[in-house]
Design a protein around this ligand. Sequence first.
Ligand code: NAD
Length: 499
Amino acid sequence: MATSTPQTVPLLDGGNWRRSNSTNTADVYNPSTGEIIAEVPLCDEAETAAIIESAARALPAWSETPAVERARVMFKFRQLMEDHFDELAALVTREHGKTLPEARAEVQRGLEMVEFACGVPSLLTGETLPNIAASVDAETNRHPVGVCVGITPYNFPSMVPLWMIPVALVCGNTFVLKPSEKVPLSSIRLGELLVAAGLPAGVFNIVHGDKTCVDVLLTHPSVAAISFVGSTAIAKYIYETGTQNAKRVQAAGGAKNHLIIMPDADLEQSVKALAASAYGCAGQRCMAGSVAVAVGEIAEPLVGELCSHASSLTVGPTDGNEGVDVGPLIRREHLDRVSSYIDIASSEGADVALDGRVGDDSFLLGPCVVDRVQPDMRLASEEIFGPVLSVMRANDLESALEIGRNCPYGNGASIFTRDGYAAREFKQHFNAGMIGINVGVPAPMAWFPFTGWNQSFFGDLHLQGSESVHFYTRQKTILTRWFQSADSSHHDPVWKTQR
Ligand code: NAD
């Protein structure tokens, strides 16, 4: 239901903000009210290709711009993000529905990626070995890969695009972003700030669309590299199609994250950390705790305290409303899908210890706790992506490690314990790429790579940290030999040795 004429989201094409030619559109909602706040065009093949070509035209000049000058644009962009911090956070809340403190934390994490990118020139230096053979010097240099594409999910409208854009640009690439059609407004605002920071026309571009648009991004000959974040099925498709078309691809997928609570854990601290992990952002985080594994006799008090703490959280609309702990889900269809897992849990014989269903026409779902989930139940293995925490019970740490070994995903996992040996065993052996010890959401910050494993990541080089610099650059190795003017011999010092 629209209460005012929704804005049409523009494209950023070669420095021009313009309206799409497409008549095919999708609605953007305010999940707090259910109101349609914008309409986003779904670009066709020709329009998508035209935007890629704009990025390709801007590449030669930008890639030749000194790295320190490219970084200087990021310093200005960083300041503009600071100046507009509150506005950027409010926009995330408006189009996504997470609480304002959660939106502020998201913008802060994105800002840190910009700060990391400001220092990227120091990571672009090469290596040298003078005299690698007689009178021959060796060196490596890092070059941009070319036109890079980012395809992003709905759950972090600001942070995930910023996992990609700043590093790609400082490395000398030009960029085409296709934000989630559910939350395109934050990307538009970031684009406006990038332009205001002095980025030359065509260096950063925004296209909107669905599979039709994405397929052009995956196959167009001018695209060199693709960064994707989203669900596992699509991540796998992006990786397979992109690599079949000889693109460099990093594709982060979905998750099912485990929180192991040992018998000696600090119960009060653990319960708070579990609830923050499972119910923060209404469970719509790829690092959200999804399965609590209670080891030994802690299970009963844990479930009791968890239900009591979770039911004390305030559930409500977030836009303009600061006293809320758990905001709405992104869409009604997603709410229905997440809620269906409560019925699935009952039908499979699990114990619904806390049912957060609200039962009105909002997109709200309160915290849910499902106890006694067994390994063969759907709640044990499927990504739910909502405020539903399953509890599994294990006799010992080895049984908890076994639950991890059987999980198809491998993003994050945390242990809660006071026992250093158990923590070390867990860190060493749990089948996931990001580990927390008494930390509920072990998401690395900008300076470290986001190292998902198994079906949570397809590719070799991850987002964030120095791996992202390696993803967005290719190395060139150079051997140099200078002749003395009087030297008329033609001895090859590398291939003709004296042996
Ligand atoms: P999604 O996979 O539905 O969409 C992601 C992007 O892919 C969007 O831009 C969308 O337009 C595009 N897309 C959707 N269907 C497509 C298709 N058939 N062909 C080509 N492109 C398509 O994901 P979402 O629902 O927006 O985001 C939530 C998912 O993202 C969850 O699974 C979550 O775990 C995951 N996620 C993962 C990470 C991570 O780092 N591993 C981070 C954030 C989110």
